[in-house]
Design a protein around this ligand. Structure first.
Ligand SMILES: Cc1cc2nc3c(=O)[nH]c(=O)nc-3n(C[C@H](O)[C@H](O)[C@H](O)COP(=O)(O)OP(=O)(O)OC[C@H]3O[C@@H](n4cnc5c(N)ncnc54)[C@H](O)[C@@H]3O)c2cc1C
Length: 93
């Protein structure tokens, strides 16, 4: 294992191999924690994260977002002085 906060590629590969080996030793249909990755925290990503947390157990969700904040298109595009079709924290001023 590396000393840093983030696992190296080799650590991650070894961890995946260990988990696979562990699963192979379990009876078929044994429950296991599922790792879920969502790319993007726009409306779709946020909705997906909400529904996943609402409807499922036993998962580990990571959401990766390239922008400095969530909401995707609505974060990237703003038109000072124009109105939105519905209220949002950004339209309050
Ligand atoms: C100018 C404009 C105005 C709009 N106005 C409205 C409106 O008023 N009402 C309405 O209902 N719809 C509107 N739409 C449509 C709107 O785009 C969609 O409703 C909504 O934003 C789609 O959400 P999404 O999550 O699918 O995509 P996006 O909002 O585009 O979200 C995708 C996210 O993924 C992130 N991402 C992309 N690639 C990567 C990567 N490689 N790694 C990490 N993160 C990544 C992006 O940064 C972004 O945050 C508008 C669209 C535009 C372009």
């Amino acid at each position: 294992m590396s000393d840093g906060a983030f696992p190296t590629k080799v650590d991650a590969k070894q961890q995946a191999l260990n988990e696979t080996q562990e699963r192979l030793n379990q009876p078929i249909y044994s429950e296991r924690k599922v790792r879920v990755i969502c790319i993007g925290a726009g409306a779709s990503g946020l909705c997906f994260a909400y529904k996943l947390q609402r409807d499922f157990d036993n998962f580990n969700l990571s959401v990766y977002e390239k922008d400095a904040d969530v909401s995707g298109t609505w974060f990237e595009n703003n038109y000072p002085g124009s109105a939105l079709r519905f209220l949002s924290p950004r339209s309050s001023s």
